[in-house]
Design a protein around this ligand. Structure first.
Ligand SMILES: C[S@@+](CC[C@H](N)C(=O)[O-])C[C@H]1O[C@@H](n2cnc3c(N)ncnc32)[C@H](O)[C@@H]1O
Length: 251
């Protein structure tokens, strides 16, 4: 593991203590299935009807996993490098009787067998922590069975450019769409290094791994609105999140 990833992991171990402090609240969110939002349900409807075995990369608090199981997934295996997050997610899933299992692993390089997933699900603050997108996409292609799908719903690569001014959107003077990284200066992973990739770079990495792009969409709504912040940049004029669905070709 390189030094930046080691430091990021430490930042996430600390940030994931939040999942422990907010255990009961997150248990209620998981039980209600509300973290899987409408656009995800719509895009995943047909796939979930086939009772897929799901791998969730960077599974974090795991609330999405319980929701995926409720929506039809036969099982979900979450992978995350935070032991704190993995422990809390497993405890929550066990308490709810959900078919979810969690493993600690540094990504890319999931400690799971080849062709073990019908659906690889990831996002909500995930891709920004992957420095090597080609390795990330290749790992996903390896995990997927033929005809299996990758689904991403995540922060738009332009999201970190916008100021959080309430009067009107502005571009942060210290950010560039084409930079390679920046230091996260907001909660929860304050101080960690976020990697940057243009939307073209993300899509090209997925295609280069041999997956067929089925859907790509950009949205004005961020995947997460930090409490107490009402940024003008989130009010409908700028891209703040995206979704991508890709498929491993049939054998
Ligand atoms: C913003 S959270 C999102 C997680 C999840 N999608 C959710 O909604 O809870 C990002 C997660 O990525 C994990 N992470 C970051 N870099 C990672 C890496 N290189 N390998 C494995 N996990 C990583 C962190 O521990 C954290 O749980």
């Amino acid at each position: 593991m390189d030094q930046t990833t080691r430091a990021n992991r430490q930042a996430w171990e600390t940030a994931s203590e939040k999942h422990v402090r907010e255990y009961s609240d997150l248990l209620a969110v998981a039980a209600a299935g509300s973290s899987l939002i409408d656009l995800e349900r719509e895009l995943l409807r047909e796939i979930l009807q086939r009772a897929p075995e799901v791998v969730h990369l960077q599974s974090g608090n795991g609330t999405d996993d319980v929701a995926l199981a409720q929506a039809g997934a036969r099982s979900v295996v979450g992978v995350d490098f935070s032991e704190v997050a993995v422990r809390a997610a497993q405890q929550r899933a066990d308490e709810l009787g959900a078919p979810c299992r969690y493993v600690v692993g540094v990504l890319p390089g999931a400690p799971l067998p080849d062709a073990s997933a019908d659906l690889v699900y990831t996002g909500k603050g995930a891709v920004i922590w992957m420095r090597d997108l080609d390795a990330w996409a290749a790992d996903i292609a390896r995990l997927l069975r033929p005809s299996g799908h990758l689904f991403v719903y995540d922060e738009h690569p332009a999201f970190s450019l916008w100021t959080w001014d309430e009067d009107e959107p502005r571009i942060r003077p210290d950010r560039s769409y084409f930079a390679e990284s920046h230091v996260d200066d907001t909660y929860p992973a304050n101080g960690a290094v976020q990697f940057q990739a243009t939307l073209g770079r993300i899509v090209t990495a997925v295609a280069a791994a041999g997956l067929e792009i089925r859907h790509l969409a950009e949205y004005p709504e961020p995947f997460w609105r930090m409490g107490g912040v009402s940024a003008a940049s989130w009010n409908g004029r700028l891209p703040n999140s995206f979704s991508l669905l890709a498929r491993r070709p049939a054998a």
